[in-house]
Design a protein around this ligand. Structure first.
Ligand code: GLN
Ligand code: ZN
Length: 771
């Protein structure tokens, strides 16, 4: 008999109940007890959903009020000492302080804290997902202890409801790996022994509570690990094996590769593998895994929203079921945290696209159908199998998915389509003449403050309460305001301000063919923040210009150059749910051609400078280094396709933020943008050093101030940063701009900061002239 389970379930609730409860709690509208009650109710519902789908276990330990890694920080007793919590501060309040910090903004009224703000834990991306976890901090003084009973209470809650409980824990090696040293020269690896001792205590206590299975997640087994870390697995798991419950070691997100045998041989009772991301390894795992161990196959895609092709899944599972003599479990490939809650009540998707999808609730149900098929009980799920097969067949042959014109366009791509006509040096010379900009030209990254009036107008327009003409007038008024302000400030290359855009991906997706949008397809990004990624279901094409009208309107208001503003293909792909029926690189290239059409149309409309934002290039990097090269080649090629339909006189900008660039500089150079603007101010221009060492050939605008804070930087600060930048990059190639778009800021601080920025540019120009 096959068993079914899930590695984890979305926490937010069907209607994002957790988000709203958290935000009420943070505003002081509900107390901790009320918040706890809502959390308990959500867990209860989510376990019930697992029971309804006939799963053999209810998974406990995946719930978190903010983040599961933060839960482990508290359970393992390693809250960083810098928070200096008073002894009687309640657990939940400490938790939210670690997650959100205590802000005492400069000049903030009644602030008695001077400069000792309490910064939140750093947040970073959970592997290659768009979920962000809170980063544990380690130093020589880090001690571990079993410091929270939250997990045990949740176990008791589930048991009381009559569930067969499987607990999920983040494994000790992954927990340690995901943290950061906060002390020079300290190696967190040295903390392993003391950490293991606390994991043992946790396991003993779970056993004592009557828990039979503990799923222990070690996703780092899918990374390129240093030898020392790999070697630590065996002894660590020998130590944990003594303690009690049966351990199901769970891996996901990428192939195990050289760690496959290691994973199969660890002294645990079962192994979960991701058969969606690493289908090719399934046979190897079935060969290597001893018969007494449980094999859990992650067969339903936990990272994407497509309905499972049951016949393909069956064909993959059958030989494994026959070969593996031990118990077989089936599950989603990873936690369902990364997909929306349910399709039920989804009103924005059309019926056809909807029939191709499965969200978390539907994925649980797919396990039930698959299990029946595997166990020879097909007749019990006959009707469901018919529906599932019909949907998969319809999607495969739908003309909405496959378009001959798009295929033809890609097939006709010739060498050179991804190259500008001339070299950068030749383009630069032409552009210098055309734009006649001063040295160290100033610009901004695209968006200006998204005021409440702007948002209200957009919402009213979407709801049909505002007609198109009135909406256009309102947006044009915002554009006019932005242009006037930039002219008054003395900025050299202007932007229209992006007032009409809700989001840099959704705005384009809504106007492109092949994209669908949900009403309620929310996925947790961090804490209470959720995102609603578009779904790319079909071949991508651009039926009509998307930005030309707004941009030319803006240009008509000024003699200064107006920069067109687009989102690049890699970023659009990265922040969407992507087709699983063709390689990601093909979808990216389709988007690239659609955006290229827009670039060409902007040029035709007289726009001479066009920025194509690619903030997500770095975060799209695969988890395994071995496949970086092919990803980066595809990504840079797609960018160049978007940028290469224009003449040498047209200046192409790109923008990237929050990234470590140093290990991908050759590829950034291979994008061959005439100008790149990047975030550097938070690193005090250190990020730029790599560009200098690498002798990055094209022009660069290193961000001179952090737009994430309302603080107004002084002219002197920005002058200092630019002087530093000029030591690594030739001044003739430098631009001056903020770190990123200004949409989250207010106008007063934006104007003050930009005025200082322009003053800094002027001061530096006169210094240059005098030199
Ligand atoms: N052009 C966008 C803006 O200014 C860029 C946003 C981003 O880099 N994330 O808002
Ligand atoms: Zn940015």
């Amino acid at each position: 008999m096959t068993r079914t389970h899930t590695l984890g379930f979305p926490r937010m609730g069907a209607q994002r109940e957790l988000k709203f409860a958290l935000e009420k709690h943070w505003r002081g509208e509900i107390d901790a007890a009320e918040l706890e009650a809502i959390g308990a109710e959500l867990r209860e519902r989510h376990w019930q959903a697992q029971r309804n789908a006939g799963l053999d276990f209810a998974t406990v330990g995946d719930f978190a009020f903010y983040d599961h890694v933060a839960n482990h920080i508290q359970m393992l007793g390693c809250e960083p000492s810098r928070f200096d919590f008073p002894g009687d501060e309640p657990e939940l309040s400490r938790y939210f302080t670690m997650a959100r910090g205590v802000a005492h903004e400069a000049g903030h009224e009644g602030c008695t804290h001077g400069s000792h703000d309490t910064f939140a834990l750093e947040m970073t991306k959970w592997f290659d997902t768009n979920y962000h976890y809170l980063v544990p901090e380690f130093d020589a003084n880090t001690r571990f202890s079993l410091a929270s009973v939250r997990l045990f209470n949740e176990v008791a809650q589930a048991q009381k409801l009559g569930h067969a409980v499987k607990v999920v824990l983040l494994g000790p090696l992954s927990f340690l790996w995901l943290g950061k040293e906060k002390q020079a020269g300290f190696d967190r690896f040295g903390l392993l022994e003391s950490l293991l001792a606390v994991y043992e205590q946790i396991l003993v206590r779970l056993k004592w509570q009557g828990v039979e299975w503990v799923q222990i997640d070690e996703p780092i087994l899918g990374l390129d690990l240093p030898e020392k870390w790999r070697n630590a697995f065996e002894r660590s798991y020998w130590q944990l094996a003594r303690s009690g419950p049966k351990l199901l070691l769970a891996t996901y997100f990428s192939p195990l590769s050289e760690n496959l045998r290691l994973a199969c041989q660890l002294p645990v009772a079962g192994l979960h593998v991701d058969a969606v991301r690493a289908p090719g390894e399934l046979t190897g795992v079935a060969d290597w895994l001893p018969a007494h161990k449980v094999l859990s196959v992650g067969i339903v895609d936990g990272r994407n929203i497509w309905r499972t092709d049951v016949d393909a899944a069956y064909a993959r599972l059958r030989p494994v079921a026959d070969k593996h003599k031990g118990e077989l479990w089936i599950a989603p490939s990873c936690s369902l945290l990364h997909v929306p809650f349910s399709l039920e009540g989804e009103g924005r998707l059309d019926a056809e696209v909807k029939s191709w999808l499965a969200f978390a609730i539907e994925k649980l149900d797919e396990l039930r159908v698959l299990r029946a098929a595997l166990d020879g009980e097909e007749s019990a799920v006959e009707a469901e199998l018919l529906v599932a097969r019909a949907a998969v067949a319809a999607r495969r042959s739908s003309p909405r998915v496959h378009r001959a014109d798009v295929a033809l366009r890609l097939a006709r791509t010739v060498a050179g389509d991804d190259r500008r006509a001339s070299s950068f040096a030749e383009r630069q010379a032409l552009q210098r003449v055309r734009f006649a900009l001063p040295p160290l030209p100033t610009t901004t990254i695209g968006s200006f403050p998204q005021t409440s009036t702007i948002r209200a107008a957009r919402v009213a327009f979407k709801r049909g309460e505002l007609d198109a003409a009135t909406y256009r007038e309102k947006m044009q008024a915002e554009i006019t305001l932005a242009v006037r302000k930039q002219e008054e400030l003395g900025i050299d290359v202007l932007v229209h301000g992006e007032a009409e855009r809700n989001d840099m991906v959704e705005y384009f997706g809504e106007q492109l063919d092949g994209f669908a949008f949900t009403a309620n397809g929310w996925v947790q990004s961090y804490g209470s923040r959720c995102v609603k990624p578009p779904i790319i279901y079909g071949d991508v094409a651009r039926p009509a210009p998307m930005t030309v009208e707004w941009t030319t309107y803006a240009q008509s208001l000024t003699k200064l150059p107006m920069k067109g503003m687009l989102t690049g293909p890699v970023t659009i792909l990265q922040w969407s749910f992507v087709r699983d029926d063709q390689p990601r690189s093909v979808t990216t290239e389709q988007i690239a051609w659609a955006i290229r059409d827009e670039v060409v149309d902007l040029e035709k409309a007289g726009i001479g400078i066009i920025q194509i934002d690619e903030p997500a290039i770095r975060e799209g990097l695969p988890l395994r280094r071995a496949v970086w090269k092919s990803y980066l080649e595809g990504a840079t090629r797609s960018f160049r396709i978007t940028a290469s339909g224009v003449s040498d006189r047209t200046q192409i900008h790109t923008h990237m933020c929050y990234s470590e660039f140093n290990d991908i500089l050759p590829e950034i150079a291979a994008m061959d943008a005439d100008v790149i603007t990047i975030e550097t101010s938070r690193s005090d221009m250190e990020l730029l050093r790599g560009f200098g060492d690498f002798k990055y050939p094209n022009e660069i605008g290193p961000g001179v101030y952090d737009i994430h804070s309302p603080r107004v930087p002084t002219t002197d600060e920005m002058v200092r940063l630019m002087r530093k930048a000029a030591t690594v990059v030739p001044p003739a190639n430098l631009w001056i701009n903020p770190d990123c778009g200004l949409k989250t800021r207010g106008w007063p601080e934006t104007e003050a900061a930009l005025a200082n920025m322009v003053a800094a540019a002027r001061q530096l120009r006169s210094e240059l002239a005098a030199a």
